[in-house]
Structures are given as C-alpha cells and as structure tokens.
Ligand binder design. Structure first.
Ligand code: DGY
Length: 323
C-alpha cells in the first residue's frame, strides 16, 4: 500500500525527520522559511497531511481552498491559534497539537524570564557587553527579591501548573491562579495555590504575573491598559504564551511611565516583527520565542506529531486531536 504523503512546513530535529521519511512519503521545506498562503493552498491540494507549526499563518485565506486532499493538519507545537478553526472545520480537517512534552521546558523559560527581569540580568548583560561596567557599588542595578513574593498565574493548564510548581517549591512563592474553568482542589493543593474569581481581582495582589493562557481572538489584549493599571507599580509581567494576549502599545506606556516595574516577553504580537517602541524600554527582557527550545522538547514534539499521524492513518482518533 502506498505510504501517505506528508508535507512538513519547517525543518525539524534530524532524528524526527529521519523517522518521518522512513514511514511516510514526506516532503520537507528545505528552505526552512514560512510558506505564503498560495504555497499553503498548493500543499493542501497535493498532500494527505500537512505538518505546520506556530509560525505558519493558516488563516481563512490560506485555508480557502477547493479540492483539498489534506485530511489532517498535525501541528508541531501546543498552541494552534494560528490555524483558523472555522475554516479547518469547514474543510472537515482533523487538527492535532503536541501538549505535555514541552510544558516543563516552557515553564523553565518563564522562570528564567521572571528571574532575569526581577534581578535586572538583561540590563547587566547589556552593560558588560557594551564595556560600560565601572565596578561593584551598593546602588548598582539593584533588583527585587523573588523568594516569598506573590505570583499570579493566568491560565492553569499544564505549563501554568509547572510554573507554579517551580515558583512555589523552588522559591517559596505564594501562588494565585486565574483560570477560565474551576481547577480541581487537589491540583491547587500541589503548590498551595488559591484560585481567584477574576483577573481584575488577582492583578492588584501580585508581585509577578505570568501568562499561560491560549492566544487567539478570545484572549487578544486580555492584558490591556486598564488591567496594567491594576498591577502594583513595582510588579512584573511575564509572557511565554502568545504575543497578542498583551496590548503592546499599552505595555510600552506602562514601562516608560513606570506604572509597573518591568516585563519579560518571549512572544510578540506579529512576531518576528517587534514593536520598535519596546526596544527603548530598559525594564524589559525580550527573547525570541524560546519557550520549548531544548533538544529534548523539540524532539519530543516531533515524535508526538508522528504519534498523532500514526493514529490518524491507522483509523484511530489521534490522542491530541483539538479539532
Ligand atoms: C507552542 O508549542 O505553541 C510554542 O509556542 C512553541 O513551542
């Protein structure tokens, strides 16, 4: 029997590509650059499966295709707000993602950002590299203590829970949780967390706020000017979720006028384009979407895509089906 044909939109870890090529009639985007909507539509007409990732904009235009052959979009990544859900449903496509396998690494990076911004590590690194360090002094780059402070977590899925575990057990932080559904008491108990009713109630109580909710239209600008004003003037905002969750214009104002202490972002609205005003904010740490960027997580994500494909082409419901 002919192997299913699959198209991979970006380069993947070598071991995963090798396994993919053994089991499928696979075509790799060797140029490793994002596809245009026209190229997407061509791929959807040509292959049984398309394997996109978070940088692929699979909006209504890219999915506006007649005679599609593709029956599954097996996404490499946990977030799938870049795939237009109504269009995928309209085309009768199955969509899968890769949860769990990147949760620890993404939480590690959120904790890294939290520590960097609290301890002004980004500013210090820039100073040393620029040759501007003049030596130790009691008032130099003084940050804020992390241990024992209050961390508010927005979105208590797997990554949010891993973040809470690190913050509570590693740093004795008090954990507040805001989540769209009720969190089971035993899950909260693991890190002595308290669920609060709404984000507006939580923000004024936090020294740090870390975002772990999904992106997409529903959460666009969840953190807006009004909510930034609810934060303490010395509180810090961390985002490893999706760029669009924060209104970056409002954030820039808060950082410049010091209405919050600082922010640390791994994701940006419209990335890799960066709002140029953000570059002028010293109290901001910026990383290029590195949440899951470890050898271990990136391989595990690829193998998880292969598990989903295996399920699908064997007639089983894929374990990570989201649409
Ligand atoms: C995801 O998986 O959604 C991340 O943003 C990239 O790992």
């Amino acid at each position: 029997m002919a192997k299913p044909s699959v198209f991979v939109t970006r380069r993947w870890p070598q071991a995963v590509e090798a396994r993919l090529l053994e089991n499928y009639d696979a075509v790799l985007n060797t140029g490793d650059v994002p596809l245009t909507p026209v190229e997407f539509r061509e791929a959807l007409r040509k292959y049984d499966a398309v394997l996109p990732t978070v940088t692929d904009r699979l909006g209504a235009d890219a999915l506006d295709v007649s005679g599609a052959r593709t029956r599954i979009l097996a996404n490499y990544g946990v977030g799938y707000s870049h795939i237009c859900e109504p269009s995928a449903r309209h085309l009768g496509m199955t969509v899968t993602n890769t949860p769990d396998v990147l949760s620890e690494c993404t939480a590690d990076l959120a904790m890294t950002l939290l520590l960097m911004v609290a301890r002004r590590a980004g500013e210090g690194e820039r100073e040393v590299r620029a040759g501007n360090w003049t030596g130790w002094r009691p008032t130099h780059l003084v940050g804020t203590k992390v241990s024992g402070k209050t961390l508010g977590i927005v979105g208590f899925g797997r990554i949010g829970q891993e973040m809470a575990r690190r913050a509570h057990h590693g740093f004795g932080m008090k954990i507040l949780v805001q989540n769209r559904s009720r969190v089971a008491p035993e899950v909260l108990a693991r890190c002595n967390a308290t669920q609060v009713e709404g984000i507006d109630e939580m923000l004024p109580q936090c020294d740090f706020v870390s975002l772990h909710c999904p992106g997409g239209a529903a959460n666009r600008h969840l953190i807006n000017a009004r909510r930034l004003d609810l934060m303490k003037p010395d509180a810090y905002l961390i985002n490893t979720a999706r760029g669009e969750v924060i209104d970056e214009v409002a954030l820039t104002q808060s950082l410049m006028f010091g209405t919050i202490g600082g922010a640390a972002l791994d994701v940006f609205d419209g990335e890799p384009r960066i709002n140029p005003d953000l570059l002028h904010c010293d109290n901001l740490v910026m990383l290029p979407h590195l949440g899951s960027a470890t050898r271990e997580a990136r391989e595990a994500m690829g193998f998880r895509v292969l598990d989903n494909l295996g399920d699908f082409f064997s007639g089983r419901d894929p374990r990570d089906r989201v649409i």
